[in-house]
Design a protein around this ligand. Structure first.
Ligand SMILES: [Fe+2]
Length: 214
């Protein structure tokens, strides 16, 4: 399959195991710091998001925004065959029982890339997608594997997770020569800032660049 023809492409071993190990450690540390400073326990899931229960998530951690502007951007540009601009990143630590509801990504996600950072080796946990022919496909990932897909076109989801912990990172881009350059850095003044620094929040971005629910 190819991104140009199928709107998605899998690049196995796109990012080195060492970089995945380091990044995964940084994200788990961010989770531990959050639990420590909020006096909450892992099972309280203080930073789950609307999309997934039983998870810890964070908007644009520094380590991911750095990757989005360097190593991952190189891979994405190679796959899509044109220059791209980072918008935002996101991470999730998925715990047993996590389910990701079927959705398409928001307006700042003209191109999406999902990088697997660490897995529970006893439990494969595929990303499910509906391809352009309306067929359901299932993609398993090992650390370092990236799925690049059109986040606004292809609906995707995950069935209930039976493993202990899987860590994934998500990188979102708009095309440098496309019509969404206004969404550069997710409308933040620079990478690394939090969601409160966006000029346009997601609902305002949606009005500017509507995305069809699928
Ligand atoms: Fe998504």
């Amino acid at each position: 399959m190819s991104y140009i023809k199928d709107s998605f492409e899998i690049v196995n071993g796109a990012i080195s195991k060492d970089v995945c190990r380091l990044t995964s450690r940084a994200l788990i540390m961010a989770k531990d710091i959050t639990l420590h400073s909020s006096n909450l326990k892992e099972n309280d899931f203080p930073c789950r998001d609307d999309m997934v229960d039983n998870s810890f998530s964070r908007y644009s951690p520094l380590v991911l925004d750095s990757l989005s502007d360097t190593l991952v951007k190189d891979v994405v540009e190679q796959v899509v065959g044109e220059k791209v601009i980072p918008t935002y990143t996101h991470c999730r630590l998925y715990y047993n029982g996590a389910v990701m509801y079927r959705h398409v990504d928001r307006s700042s996600s003209e191109i999406s890339a999902s990088l697997c950072l660490s897995i529970d080796k006893d439990h494969d946990w595929p990303l499910m997608m509906e391809d352009k022919k309306k067929q359901t496909i299932s993609v398993n990932q090992n650390p370092g594997d990236i799925i690049v897909y059109d986040g606004n076109e292809l609906a995707h989801w995950r069935e209930p997770y039976e493993g202990k912990l899987q860590v994934n990172a998500f990188f979102f881009y708009v095309k440098e020569n496309g019509d969404r350059t206004k969404l550069k850095y997710d409308t933040r003044p620079m990478l690394g800032l939090g969601p409160e620094d966006r000029k346009y929040q997601p609902d305002e971005q949606f009005k500017l660049f509507p995305v069809k629910d699928k």
